[in-house]
Write a protein that binds this ligand. Structure first.
Ligand code: COA
Length: 269
């Protein structure tokens, strides 16, 4: 998909529906808001495909005087070309936000404006670098994302696709954390170590988990598939699949009544 440039909107909708929706939203926005027409053209409408829009925008955001956007963009392009799964995950993340965030007005919003999305995609390229043994450049991207977006995601962490990080401010994800597909989390979530362990020391968050704002999950513990963690909880013990944990320290307070709480953003106990 990423190597195909399609001009016809109907064809694009069938070949790359996420990119088609982004372009359609950008066209509408450029017509409605002339102030933004220039940036919408540069970032979206003049780009041949989703991957190039993503690399253009993230490089422009993360570039510095010493490491200009053009150089960073080469790295993003290199990663996106070498591993097409990054672009597919980035699309799935946009769909996750559009589906789950009531504040999201179009598929364009996450790509252009949502810092949780920006930090996650910067992490994805950083993780690719990390896996290539390019730790220094990976840490550079982690540092830039942390400074700019307020989320600190270690490039060694393993994060699936269809991830929604709402607001994002203060999210910390440690080096050996695992976040499986379809997880939703709000601001202030920490997937950290207890401070007492070395090595594999971070939580393993299984598919479809919902992590409430400010939840601190500490240690190499498993949060089972489709579990829910209440806002402000400190979780020190494993949480079984489908259960809800709340409190400081957290205890199990019930079981979910929807199969995928993260997809529904179902925050009922
Ligand atoms: C407090 C801490 C240092 C553990 O200290 P500890 O003395 O080894 O404590 P334990 O894990 O043996 O737990 C002792 C009790 O305190 C409770 N407890 C531990 N950490 C707690 C916390 N943060 N808040 C509330 N209660 C906590 C435990 O549930 C346990 O209760 P119990 O005796 O009723 O079962 C650790 O849990 C912690 O919070 N570390 C900070 C880690 C952090 O900030 N990580 C982020 C990295 S990005």
């Amino acid at each position: 998909m990423d190597s195909v440039q399609v001009k016809n909107p109907a064809e694009l909708r069938s070949v790359d529906p996420v990119w088609a929706k982004i372009r359609e939203a950008a066209l509408s926005a450029a017509a409605a808001e002339p102030v933004l027409a220039g940036t919408l053209h540069a970032t979206i409408l003049s780009q041949p495909r989703f991957e190039s829009a993503l690399s253009y925008h993230l490089a422009r955001l993360t570039g510095t005087t010493e490491v200009p956007a053009a150089l960073i963009r080469q790295t993003f392009d290199e990663a996106l070309a070498a591993d097409t799964a990054i672009g597919m995950a980035a699309r799935a993340d946009i769909v996750a936000v559009a589906d789950r965030d009531p504040a999201c007005t179009s598929h364009l919003d996450p790509l252009l404006w949502f810092k949780g999305y920006h930090a996650l995609q910067t992490y994805r390229v950083g993780h690719w670098l990390w896996e290539q043994g390019r730790q220094t450049l990976a840490h550079f991207l982690q540092s830039r994302a942390s400074a700019l977006f307020g989320l600190d995601i270690h490039p060694g962490a393993r994060i699936g696709q269809g991830i929604f990080i709402d607001h994002g401010t203060g999210v910390v994800i440690g080096e050996t954390a695992v976040v499986e597909d379809g997880v939703s989390m709000l601001h202030g979530v920490t997937l950290g170590g207890t401070g007492k362990e070395r090595g594999d020391r971070h939580p393993k968050v299984r598919r479809g988990v919902l992590l409430g704002a400010g939840a601190k999950v500490l240690g190499n513990i498993e949060i089972g598939a489709c579990a829910k963690i209440a806002a402000g909880s400190v979780v020190l013990e494993p949480v079984p699949a489908g259960c809800t944990a709340a409190g400081v320290p957290a205890r199990i307070i019930g079981c979910v009544d929807v199969p995928e709480p993260a997809l529904e953003m179902d925050q009922r106990i």
